[in-house]
Write a protein that binds this ligand. Sequence first.
Ligand SMILES: [Cu+2]
Length: 165
Amino acid sequence: MLKPMAWLGGVLLIGAMSISMASMAIAHDVQTDAMRIAHPFATPTPPSAVNGAAYVDITALSDPVTLVGASSPVSSNVELHEMQMDGDMMQMRHVEEIRIEAGETYTMRPGGGFHLMLIGLTEPLKEGEQFPLTLTFAEQGDVDIEVWIQSAQEGSKAADGHHHH
Ligand SMILES: [Cu+2]
């Protein structure tokens, strides 16, 4: 009975690998000694929008990492925000830091949890374009990333695909 089961496992593994290779084509990440930042993206904004939001997935590799701030040339300010239900109202609040324990991944997605709020956009975020953003960590200092402007669905899908390998 052992042999057919091992063979089946091999087939499943190959299937999972080809899915992750397909999504690598539309995802990007940044790796440092301390962390992996998978597929930073921001959602497009209408021409009159004052603020935007960006999302990153951060994996702390061997030590905890604490995100304490961010900056970008596309907005006058970048704040760490958390979305929370207050009764039946969704509220955003400014948080001082986002801590990720060693070996853990924090996944930012549109619609809930943490995000990077781009406050005072200098121009609208246009789908298909990219912009630089600097993340500041308490332990590791600054990490420069490139944020892709994608729809919430497209960006989330690319980031989700990136976790499989
Ligand atoms: Cu916000």
